[in-house]
Each structure stands twice: as C-alpha cells, then as structure tokens.
Design a protein around this ligand. Structure first.
Ligand SMILES: [Zn+2]
Length: 90
C-alpha cells in the first residue's frame, strides 16, 4: 500500500478545550496555557483524558483503511478478469 495511515490527535485540555498545552521535555508534566490547569501525570494523563477523541479518530481511520482495501481488491480483480473475455466487470 502506498498510502500513509499515520494520524495524529491533538491533545486537548479537558477543562477549557484548548490545544495550547505545554509538556515538559520528559513528558511527565503538562500545563494548559489557557486556563493554567496542571497535568501532573503529563503526557500519559492527557492521553487518558483524550481517549474518547483518540478512539473516534482511530475508528475513522479504520473505515478509511477498509475502504481503500476494498478498492484495491476490486481493482486487482478487475485487472485479473480483464484477461478473461467472458466476464465483464463494470
Ligand atoms: Zn485549559
């Protein structure tokens, strides 16, 4: 597959919804720049708080990948069957 299925979810502050969150270098501490909410659990805590958004993004990706796979399979079938003159694929 040629497509890149990487995706990213922007972590949001659960208090104010801002994405302007500072993380310490080792990601063990975070702080929202909008409402000054602190995240002593750092990155892990933010991921946990954003789990619903991450799951939703993953679900979206899943159906996208599935659709691409189906298209690819259909194209391949089409090519294979083109050699067979008795079968017409629309
Ligand atoms: Zn905030």
């Amino acid at each position: 597959m040629k497509k890149n299925y990487n995706f990213s979810v922007t972590l949001r502050c659960p208090v104010c919804g801002s994405t302007d969150i500072d993380l310490s270098e080792d990601k063990t501490y975070g702080k929202c720049n909008m409402c000054n909410k602190e995240f002593p659990g750092g990155y892990d805590e933010l991921v946990e708080l954003n789990q619903a958004a991450i799951d939703a993004a993953l679900d979206g990706k899943k159906s996208e990948i599935q659709k691409d796979l189906e298209n690819e399979l259909h194209d391949r079938l089409k090519k294979d069957l083109r050699r067979n003159k008795n079968i017409i694929i629309k």
